[in-house]
Design a protein around this ligand. Structure first.
Ligand SMILES: [Zn+2]
Length: 272
C-alpha cells in the first residue's frame, strides 16, 4: 500500500510540474489568428476547397460573436505587434484573398450584421473583371471597416519573377489601388504565400507596413511584420459542434500544424 501511495504521489508531482512547464511553454507561442477566406457562396468545381458557404460563414461569425471573440482590424493587429502589445487570447483578424465579387454579395452582409472589420487583398488588375469586386463595391465596404490591401497586379508567384517584374507587381498594385480608392494602401499579401529575401525587401521599399504569407514563414510567432502567417478557413470548420473552429481560433493552431507537417518553411500550399 505504502509503495502504491508513493507512486501516486510521484505521478501527481510529475503531472503538476509537467502541466506547469507546458503551460508556460505554450503561453509564449500564442499568435493572434488571421483567418483567411477566398470565396464565400456555393462550394463547387475547382473552387470547392476555397469556398465557404454562406451558411457556414454565418455560423463561423456567429460562433465568434457568441463566444465573445474580439475581431480587430488588420491595422490594430499590426500596430499592436509593433508596440509589443499582449493581445487578449480571444483576438481574431478576418481576411479575404483575391477580391471576389461573392465577398460583397455573401460575406459583406454577414460581416455588417455582426459589425466585424476585415481586410480584402485585391489583385489590382482584376478589379471590375467578371467574378471580381468592382471599385464601387470596395468603396462601399470600406465604409464598414472592410478595407483593401494589395495582392499584386496579376496574382503572380513572386519568387519566379525577376526583380523588375516583381517590383511592378508589388509597387504597381499599390499605386493602382491607391489611385482608385484615394487613400494609402499599407498591407500586402504574397500570392500563394511565396516570397524570398529580395521580394520581402521590395515589399518594404514599396512602403507597405506589413505583409501576410502562409504557413511557411520561418518566424513562427508572427513577430516579423513581413511574414505574418495565416489560417486557411474551410467550409467544414463548423463540423463536430465547432471543435475545429475553436482550435483554429485558439491562437495555437499553427503551432500544431507546423509540428504535424514537420516544418512549413519551403512547403508549397495547395491553394491560397
Ligand atoms: Zn490569392
Amino acid at each position: 500500500m505504502r509503495i502504491l501511495k508513493n507512486i501516486s504521489l510521484f505521478l501527481t508531482v510529475v503531472f503538476i510540474i509537467g502541466s506547469l512547464g507546458y503551460t508556460f511553454w505554450i503561453r509564449d507561442r500564442y499568435v493572434v489568428p488571421i483567418l483567411t477566406y477566398h470565396h464565400v457562396g456555393i462550394p463547387s468545381g475547382k473552387w470547392r476547397l476555397n469556398t465557404v458557404s454562406e451558411k457556414s460563414f454565418d455560423y463561423q461569425m456567429n460562433f465568434m460573436k457568441r463566444h465573445g471573440f474580439e475581431v480587430i482590424s488588420f491595422d490594430d493587429l499590426v500596430e499592436g505587434i509593433k508596440k509589443g502589445h499582449e493581445f487578449s487570447r480571444n483576438t481574431v483578424v478576418i481576411q479575404f484573398d483575391d477580391g471576389y465579387e461573392d465577398n460583397y454579395k455573401y460575406a459583406f452582409p454577414i460581416l455588417k450584421k455582426y459589425g466585424f472589420p476585415a481586410i480584402i487583398f485585391l489583385i489590382s488588375d482584376k478589379v471590375g473583371k467578371p467574378d471580381f469586386l468592382t471599385w464601387d463595391q470596395v468603396k462601399e465596404m470600406e465604409k464598414y471597416n472592410i478595407l483593401a490591401g494589395a495582392h499584386t497586379r496579376h496574382h503572380a508567384y513572386l519568387p519566379r519573377l525577376n526583380l523588375t517584374q516583381a517590383q511592378d507587381e508589388i509597387a504597381g498594385s499599390k499605386k493602382i489601388i491607391e489611385d482608385n480608392l484615394g487613400h494609402s494602401i499599407d498591407y500586402f499579401c504574397y500570392p500563394s504565400g511565396g516570397f524570398t529575401v529580395d521580394v520581402k525587401r521590395l515589399v518594404k521599399d514599396a512602403g507597405y507596413k506589413a505583409a501576410v504569407t502562409t504557413n511557411r514563414g520561418k518566424d513562427r510567432w508572427n513577430v516579423d511584420l513581413y511574414e505574418l502567417k495565416r489560417i486557411h478557413m474551410s467550409n467544414t470548420d463548423d463540423q463536430y459542434s465547432g471543435l475545429i473552429l475553436w482550435f483554429k481560433l485558439s491562437g495555437y493552431y499553427n503551432l500544431f500544424r507546423h509540428f504535424k507537417h514537420g516544418g512549413g518553411l519551403h512547403q508549397r500550399p495547395t491553394y491560397e
